[in-house]
Design a protein around this ligand. Structure first.
Ligand SMILES: Cc1cc2nc3c(=O)[nH]c(=O)nc-3n(C[C@H](O)[C@H](O)[C@H](O)COP(=O)(O)O)c2cc1C
Length: 158
């Protein structure tokens, strides 16, 4: 990624998304303001990748394809000001508030107690690909990436 300068706006939750996580015009304009002000790279607020992993109200979401059009409009507007933007993917795990999400929080300890399974087995068996020679030498084991299909769909938005 090529940046016009080294000014980076750190990930900052604004609470400006819509109730369902969609990027609102107000949030888009906030990003445009930063870009127009000369920020080389903007990092969005933490954005929930799954409905039960939401941490805050009015948090930006990237949990469904319905989020894409508004996110694309935001990134296009930022690009038009010669700036770049990346999204911070987040899952609140045990910190999620079930009262807010209406869903059970993913707590590794409860999961293990209920199922007897170790949380590392949550990931579906997608092959992470061959290990590099240096990883083989060091005995590094790569975990499958359960977000792979979703992240592939979103790579063109930054
Ligand atoms: C209001 C507010 C919201 C923040 N939201 C996030 C966030 O969504 N994700 C994140 O990684 N950090 C978040 N942070 C932390 C900031 O990105 C940053 O790391 C922190 O403010 C320290 O920055 P500094 O070292 O420049 O002072 C937030 C900070 C503040 C003050």
């Amino acid at each position: 990624m090529k940046l016009t300068n080294r000014f980076v706006r750190s990930a900052t939750y604004e609470g400006m998304a819509a109730g369902d996580g969609i990027c609102t015009p107000a949030l888009r304009e906030k990003m445009v303001e930063l870009a127009a002000g000369g920020v080389g790279l903007i990092i969005t607020s933490h954005s929930f990748v799954s409905p039960e992993g939401r941490a805050r109200p009015l948090q930006l979401g990237i949990h469904s394809d319905a989020m894409i059009p508004a996110l694309r409009t935001m990134t296009d507007a930022v690009h038009a000001r010669d700036s770049r933007i990346v999204i911070q993917l987040a899952h609140a795990g045990a910190q999620a508030d079930p009262k807010m999400t209406g869903l059970a929080a993913l707590d590794p300890r409860l999961w293990k107690r209920r199922t007897g399974l170790s949380p590392v087995r949550w990931s579906p068996p997608i092959s992470p690909g061959p290990r590099r020679p240096s990883e083989r030498r060091r005995g590094v084991r790569r975990r499958p990436d359960s977000t792979a299909p979703r992240s592939t769909r979103h790579t063109d938005t930054c």
